[in-house]
Design a protein around this ligand. Structure first.
Ligand code: HEM
Length: 430
């Protein structure tokens, strides 16, 4: 679909939304604030949250799979909260989708996560990334629309499959008899001296982040395998940070994703759903990012974004731009409105409330139109209080269509050659 077509589709959705406002909500609404994003000193005023501290201190050296039996719900699962989380997702599908896409931009800036993606080499061209992230979308959707713990269901099969796949890569990297080869495969060769967006992003992030003096006692050192020989690949730290990526941006900024009326029960349900999924994917209870419910998770999320993720993004290593661009272009094969530069600009400006003149200066007129379209859709969704049940179910009816898409044909139809700009390209392994 062309970007004009994508925008048209989104405009149709926005119009339907306007006609289908849901009833007012009874419980207290939660609104996000971007004010603390740029002030780690504020979110860390009382020190690091103890669970997050443990994730940072002990997580990197802890094997990434706890070994709990597969497809078994945790003994502490609360069916009512879990169901509330699913109902929240069903009501806010578009918002959740955009939040997850933005999370990938942020997550890929974390060195220990990016290293693994470079290592597997399964997402370093738009075509490869399309297949890789298409499968990821399928996996996550399956847990949102079906029951991950009922034998034979779509979610059940996906949960088993993802855990198996993670363990395969984990074993391949950690138990490899040739650690030098592993390290070599984690390096994306190429020329990244002139990656325009990374440079612009650095300039834009430098302004708010450099305004404060570094504080060694609170500044987290984003963990990197290169600097710590005893660390594990795909560790509990990586799993927990990925869990943050799924929940953090959405619970921190629900209104900025168009959810102006989220209640504490809904957000808590969403957090619990991810607490359960994290457990089932092998996150040890000691490292589960979502433990303790909405309040503690929100505090942890703010600290993670301000103290770990944004500093990582500010010094994002050169392959970040290349790999993230592949991700966005690959997702753009099927998701309307996803374009690397315009979504990055949206994340900075709309979600994080960050002036981003350098990134915005790089937008083409078409990308500017796309950012305006995104903002329009979100404000329509917000004004109308989210998706009504009927519109949500319409949207979710697209899921089987997505599932049955012939991937290879979509790939051929939407094919984009590997990115190759002067001064910013990867040398792809055959
Ligand atoms: C809450 C945590 C996580 C969730 C929910 C999750 C979800 C998924 C899903 C749905 C897939 C798609 C499987 C398929 O191809 O069908 C996948 C694959 C994969 N994931 Fe994860 N993941 C998580 C954490 C991580 C972490 C921490 C890493 C690495 C540091 C990672 C690396 C991979 C890799 C390497 C694959 C295989 C595809 C590839 O080679 O890129 N995942 N994951």
């Amino acid at each position: 679909m062309s970007s004009a077509g994508c925008l048209a589709l989104m405009a149709v959705f926005a119009a339907v939304l306007a006609a289908a406002a849901p009833p007012p909500r009874s419980s207290r609404a939660v609104t996000g604030s971007a004010a603390t994003v740029w002030c780690p000193d504020v979110v860390l005023a009382d020190g690091w949250d103890p669970v997050l501290r443990r994730i940072m201190d002990e997580g990197p050296t802890a094997w990434g799979d706890s070994g709990v039996p597969e497809n078994t719900p945790p003994p502490w699962m609360d069916a009512r909260r879990y169901a509330a989380g699913k109902a929240f997702i069903a009501r806010h599908t578009i918002s959740v989708t955009f939040a997850h896409v933005h999370s990938l931009y942020l997550l890929l800036a974390v060195p220990s996560v990016l290293d693994v993606l470079v290592y597997t080499g399964n997402s370093d061209t738009p075509d490869e990334a399309f297949i890789r992230y298409y499968d990821t979308v399928q996996g996550v959707l399956s847990w949102y629309v079906s029951d991950a713990f009922t034998a034979g269901s779509w979610g059940f099969e996906q949960l088993k499959h993802v855990r198996w796949m993670h363990n395969l890569v984990r074993l391949d990297m950690n138990d490899n008899k040739h650690p030098e080869e592993v390290r070599e495969k984690m390096r994306l060769a190429g020329n990244f001296t002139g990656c325009p967006v990374s440079a612009g992003l650095r300039r834009d992030l430098d302004r708010p982040l450099a305004a404060r003096a570094p504080r060694p006692e609170t500044d987290a050192q984003p963990f990197s395998q290169d600097s710590n020989k005893k660390s594990k690949y795909m560790s509990q730290y990586d799993m927990a940070i990925t869990q943050w990526a799924f929940v953090g941006p959405l619970i921190q900024f629900p209104d900025r994703y168009g959810i102006g009326n989220a209640t504490e029960e809904e957000l808590d349900g969403f957090v619990h759903l991810w607490e359960v999924l994290g457990y089932a994917l092998g996150i040890d209870d000691r490292f589960n990012f979502c433990q303790g419910g909405l309040g503690p998770t929100l505090r942890r999320a703010r600290q993670t974004l301000a103290g770990i993720v944004l500093p990582s993004m500010r010094r994002a290593r050169p392959p970040w731009e290349y790999m993230t661009r592949c991700m966005a272009d690959g997702l753009g094969y099927v998701l309307p409105g996803i374009d690397f530069r315009s979504q990055l600009a949206n994340m900075l400006r709309v979600t994080l409330d960050a002036p981003s003149p350098s990134v915005e200066a790089l937008l083409t007129p078409q990308q500017r139109t796309a950012t305006a379209g995104y903002r329009g859709v979100l404000s329509d969704i917000k004004e109308n209080g989210g998706l009504s049940d009927s519109v949500s179910s319409l949207f979710l009816q697209l899921v089987p269509t997505l599932r049955s898409l012939p991937k290879e044909q979509v790939k051929k139809l939407r094919h984009r050659p590997p990115h190759r700009a002067e001064g910013c390209y990867a040398r792809i392994r055959p």
